[in-house]
Design a protein around this ligand. Structure first.
Ligand SMILES: Cc1cc2nc3c(=O)[nH]c(=O)nc-3n(C[C@H](O)[C@H](O)[C@H](O)COP(=O)(O)OP(=O)(O)OC[C@H]3O[C@@H](n4cnc5c(N)ncnc54)[C@H](O)[C@@H]3O)c2cc1C
Length: 584
């Protein structure tokens, strides 16, 4: 258990089972699941930020979830409303704000601490293993050996943490407010720029700026523009929008037939996603099929350009229509590389637009890393000796459920090389710094689906997963969100044949069924080997006894009338007065 707190001693030391680096969505979901599944383990959580919530603590004030709240966060605490049946229904309009998410995670951490098994240290940096300050993994010689790591509080106090495993979030989400200004040279003597967090006090009537240059074509850029246009604070012709690479957006109100689809959820999902993807023969065709249904949209459908980018950003139709009001769009000219007193210069060095510093404000909505979903090194594994690396997505666009799946496996299988091999074998995800991930190409979407389906299908080999996941609120497929268990069974076994469709899609991706994937896009993964599962379980099921051996083991003995009748024997006596003798 935890020995001491840092304030006791200038160089304190702590002991725990898991040292968790990061109090964002991924790590908190991991801890939540493992706390519930393993009642004996302890955690120390550190984060360099001052409060839980990860990047949400730095997000712009008008940020909201893309997705319904009902499946974001951790399993143990609802984030959405709970209906009269005790369910958190799928409700497209119920999307938590950044502030609500931060308050939610504060409560989550309070609940963790109340168990007495979790300690948290904010404004504290994880430096690496003590002595080396590196993240290096230990080998498997002794998986239960405690390794000492170093964390440093803001006041410079160093704490040594002895733990069996480090759990680290590797998603490296970066939002503009985490940077110190624009990520390229700017003539600061005249150019005024702000990050999108500071829009409110810099636009509208109070502002001296007549024109705004919004940098960034992703979700942040789209949110900034929608916020500016709201209530006529800014007119569309005051905005110049720099979109280096036009992208596709999901349109949430076109994905479901109503905001609360209930039992129609599965039918809608098949119509909006499954059918258009599975009947296509390339990613491009899949996007065109979805576009016909308005499920994905591009800002300019008629400009002759087919967007190559998809980042998972989701908008409403109203928000998309707002974006279409912006006429001054600088697209396909690459990124801005500098801003001088006279012009904004773009990547190829040839192209620039005039800039007037006296009346123009630059708004930074740029981001390098696609929500932290991509850019994991080639060959990364989640489970390593003494180290668990979170971030890669085994569940489609769902870091919370991906981390919870990892925690389930950690609880289910033992701490050893073979145990970790088993855990890793269930999880399919993308990694490697290929174009696909660096540029967030549309193919990334297809591989994310493929990884999700493959992971789900692998988990069919693990009987305990089913009862776990059916109760997991952060799994978007959880029956309580939409129509209950009968709805799910209907989707799986009814005319929609969901399971069969998922397996068919997996095979098609694996075997060159899509033109842009001539070979398996997640090569080298063979999945979980059923023959190794039971031997690596923490709590293997007791072998079922045959009737014959049961009869042999239990034999009946007539009590002798002279024997004293002790209370215990009386308790176990059968009505025939025989006593069961049990032989191990
Ligand atoms: C605008 C926006 C909207 C989004 N909307 C959604 C959505 O609707 N649904 C969805 O599923 N996802 C959404 N995402 C994706 C989002 O990134 C994830 O949901 C999730 O919040 C990522 O959490 P994380 O824990 O992986 O990373 P982070 O939130 O970045 O957390 C990592 C934490 O680790 C800490 N840390 C890292 N290294 C160290 C160290 N050495 N020492 C101490 N602390 C350290 C960091 O301080 C940070 O707090 C959105 C992202 C953005 C930017």
């Amino acid at each position: 258990m935890i020995d001491s707190s840092p304030s006791d001693d200038p160089v304190a030391s702590l002991t725990c089972d898991y040292l968790v680096v990061g109090a964002g969505a991924s790590c908190l979901s991991f801890v939540d699941t493992l706390l519930a599944l393993r009642k004996e383990v302890t955690f120390v959580i550190v984060d360099r930020f001052s409060a839980p919530g990860g990047h949400w603590t730095k997000a712009y004030p008008y940020v909201r979830l893309h997705q319904p709240s009902c499946y974001y966060g951790v399993n143990s605490l609802p984030l959405s409303y709970v209906d009269k049946n005790g369910n958190e229904p799928w409700d497209q309009n119920e999307r938590a704000t950044g502030k609500e998410i931060c308050e939610y995670y504060k409560k989550v951490v309070e609940n963790f601490e109340a168990t007495g098994r979790v300690k948290t240290y904010f404004e504290t940096n994880y430096d690496g293993e003590a002595g080396t300050n590196s993240d290096s993994s230990k080998n498997y010689d002794n998986p239960m050996e405690k390794v000492t790591h170093k964390i440093t509080a803001k006041n410079g106090q160093v704490i040594h943490v002895e733990c069996t495993k480090v759990v680290k979030c590797e998603s490296k989400v970066e939002v503009p407010s985490m940077r110190n200004g624009l990520p390229f040279p700017v003539d600061k003597s005249v150019v005024k720029s702000i990050c999108l967090n500071d829009i409110a006090s810099n636009i509208g009537k109070k502002s001296s700026h007549k024109n705004y240059i919004v940098l960034g074509g992703g979700k942040s850029g789209a949110d900034a523009i929608n916020y500016m246009l709201e209530d006529g604070k800014v007119q569309p012709d005051q905005i110049t929008w720099v979109v280096p690479n036009p992208a596709w957006y999901f349109i949430r109100d076109k994905m479901n037939s109503s905001p609360i689809p209930g039992k129609k959820f599965w039918k809608d999902g098949i119509r909006a996603l499954f059918a258009p993807i599975t009947k296509a023969n390339s990613t491009e065709e899949a996007f065109l099929n979805m576009e016909k249904l308005d499920v994905v949209q591009r800002v300019h459908p008629n400009d002759g350009h087919f967007p190559k980018i998809f980042k998972g950003a989701t908008l409403s139709q109203f928000e998309m229509d707002n974006l279409r009001k912006i006429k001054n769009i600088i697209k396909l000219k690459g990124r801005v590389t500098s801003i001088t007193a006279e012009k904004v210069i773009f990547a190829d060095g040839e192209f620039s637009i005039p800039f007037s510093p006296t009346n123009t404000l630059v708004i930074d909505c740029t981001s390098e890393n696609n929500y932290g979903y991509t850019n994991f090194e080639e060959g990364i594994q989640i489970f390593n000796p003494h180290r668990i690396r979170l971030g890669p997505l085994s569940s489609f666009l769902n870091p919370c459920h991906s981390a919870s799946q990892a925690a389930f496996l950690e609880a289910e299988y033992i701490d050893s090389q073979s145990g970790d091999e088993v855990k890793n074998s269930f999880l399919y995800f993308q990694c490697g710094a290929s174009e696909l991930h660096k540029e967030n190409l549309i193919q990334w979407f297809m591989v994310a689906w493929y990884a999700h389906m493959s992971t789900d299908l692998e988990f069919n080999k693990c009987p305990n997963y089913r009862s776990f996941v059916l109760k997991s609120r952060i799994d978007r497929q959880q029956p309580a969100h939409h129509g209950g268990i009968l709805g799910l069974l209907w989707a799986i076994f009814g005319p929609t044949k969901l399971l069969q469709k998922a397996a068919a899609f997996r095979e098609k991706m694996k075997n060159g069924g899509y033109k842009d994937f001539p070979t398996d896009p997640l090569p080298g993964r063979t999945g979980a080997d059923p023959s190794k599962l039971e031997a690596n379980m923490r709590n293997p099921p007791q072998p079922k006894e045959s009737k014959k051996s049961f009869r042999k083991r239990i034999r009946f003995k007539k009590p002798q009338s002279t024997e004293p009748c002790d209370p215990m024997t009386q308790e176990t006596a059968l009505s025939t007065n025989a006593v069961i003798e049990v032989h191990a």
